[in-house]
Every structure is written in structure tokens, then in C-alpha cells.
Design a protein around this ligand. Structure first.
Ligand code: PXL
Length: 267
């Protein structure tokens, strides 16, 4: 008989990116590159490339529910990662189904707008995301514009950032990591928990191949948590992984290309 061995498991609930750089495709590649099994529940199919999104088809609530039930009823997941949810009713369905399965470790990337400027979450769904989904999250990973939308306040200074971190924490999440990529200067990510604040410094990589970095960062955190790393270790690993993937990116397409998820693999 084959030797029994286990592999850490992540379920990603997110949108499909036909261009292969972000969403479900980024999550599958990130987890695979980090040695973690990744199953998927697709919330929406986007037709897009490096220049932008041309069409979005939101999945039915039945189909979203059925995918999550199929995966969690058999394969299971050590960590669930959430990306694009598209609309209010999909958020409600995901919350209901995850609660029914008693999911405990949840990484939420509060996806709202694509790098190209296209909306990936309807405006009227932000409130449901904050009030229904965030209270279930182990960690939420907004960039600065997303943190501004979630808190309804602009973030221009460190003091604004601290207020935003505490405000999001008060929504019931276990931890918040606000990504510093949209700030000028070095991209410092800041983790807020009840224990306090922790900064993760990083290197800014000069490239246009930045499509899917948010998905990749959150998926890498989910993969590391699934492997048993602490949250702080997972964020450090995820930051190093995204930086490596940005540095190794090649040019694809005519807009914002994808990162290179397999920079550690030599073929
Ligand atoms: O990076 C955010 C994101 C998430 N999910 C999907 C996307 C994008 C960005 O383009 O396409 C499906």
C-alpha cells in the first residue's frame, strides 16, 4: 500500500482571471509553489488580460454553495482564502456555508477594484463584507485604497494608518495587515492585532508586472498558515515570496503583466 502522507490544504473562494495572473489562477500557482494543495470555489468568471477586464459573469448562489460543500464535505481545508466575491448575495452565501462547516482559519483579501480600475465588488456590497464576512476572518489583507473604503476615511499619514488598522480590528477580525505598496517609498506592511502593531519592511521592485500581487500575498499567507506557521511568520514568508515573484517577472501582454510564481523552481 502507498505510504500515507498528508499535505496542507487551502480552499480558495475567488474569481477566475482568464489572463492567469490574479484570482483563482494566482492562488493555485502560489499554493502549488509553496507545496500546499489548493482547491477552488469560483464566484465569478472574468474575461481579462493584462490591459483590463472586458466581461464579468457572476456565478449563481447555488453553484457557489455547491462548490464549497463539495470541497469541504470531502477534501477539507486547513485554511480558507477569500478573494473576489462580486456581490452582496454571494457574500451572504459564502458566510452561511462557511459557518455551517465551522471553518476556523480564514484569510480575507477584500478585493474591490482590479489594477486596471475595473470593479470586482459591487459598491452596495461593501457593507455586507464589513459586517458579515470580516467578523469571521483570522486575518484581512487590505491595500491602502481598500482600507480607505472599509473605514470610510482617507489614509495619508502613519497616524491615519494606525486609526484605520484599529477601526478594522474593531469590526471583529482577528488581525489586519494593511499593505504599504500604494504608499510612496519603501513598501511597509503593517500588522494590527489586539497585542499591538508590527511593521514588515520590504523592497520596492521596479516592474510593471504587478498584476495579482494582492491575491498572491493573501494566498501565500493562507498556504503558510496551512503549513502551521504563525501569523507573523506567514506574513514574512508571504512578503518574501511576493518580492521574489515580482523580481523574477518577465514581460507578458501589453499592460500590467503577472508576477512569476515559480521563481524558486528550476526547469
Ligand atoms: O487582484 C485582485 C483580483 C482578484 N480577483 C480577480 C482579479 C483581480 C485583479 O484583477 O481579476 C479575479
Amino acid at each position: 500500500m502507498a505510504k500515507a502522507f498528508t499535505i496542507p490544504r487551502v480552499l480558495t473562494i475567488a474569481g477566475s482571471d482568464s489572463g492567469g495572473g490574479a484570482g483563482i489562477q494566482a492562488d493555485l500557482k502560489t499554493c502549488s509553489a509553496l507545496g500546499v494543495y489548493c482547491s477552488t470555489a469560483i464566484t465569478a468568471v472574468t474575461a481579462q488580460n493584462t490591459l483590463g477586464v472586458t466581461k464579468i459573469k457572476e456565478m449563481s448562489l447555488e453553484m457557489v454553495d455547491a462548490q464549497i460543500n463539495a470541497v469541504l464535505g470531502d477534501i477539507g481545508a486547513d485554511v480558507v482564502k477569500i478573494g473576489m466575491l462580486a456581490n452582496t448575495r454571494i457574500i451572504q452565501t459564502v458566510v452561511k456555508t462557511l459557518t455551517a462547516h465551522g471553518v476556523e482559519k480564514l484569510v480575507v483579501d477584500p478585493v474591490m477594484v482590479a489594477k486596471s480600475g475595473d470593479r470586482l465588488l459591487r459598491e452596495d456590497a461593501v457593507n455586507q463584507l464589513c459586517t458579515k464576512l470580516l467578523p469571521l476572518a483570522t486575518v484581512v489583507t487590505p491595500n491602502i485604497p481598500e482600507a480607505e473604503i472599509i473605514t470610510g476615511r482617507s489614509i495619508k499619514s502613519t497616524s491615519d494608518l494606525d486609526k484605520a488598522g484599529l477601526s478594522i480590528l474593531s469590526m471583529g477580525v482577528g488581525a489586519v495587515v494593511i499593505k504599504g505598496g500604494h504608499m510612496s517609498g519603501a513598501p511597509i506592511d503593517t500588522l494590527f492585532t489586539v497585542e499591538g502593531k508590527l511593521e514588515f519592511s520590504g523592497e520596492r521592485v521596479d516592474t510593471r508586472s504587478t498584476h495579482g500581487t494582492g491575491c498572491t500575498f493573501a494566498a501565500a499567507i493562507a498556504a503558510c498558515l496551512a503549513k502551521g506557521f504563525s501569523l507573523t511568520e506567514s506574513i514574512m514568508e508571504a512578503k518574501a515570496y511576493v518580492t521574489g515573484a515580482l523580481r523574477a517577472a518577465t514581460t507578458l501582454g501589453h499592460g500590467f503583466g503577472p508576477v512569476n510564481h515559480f521563481f524558486r523552481c528550476h526547469f
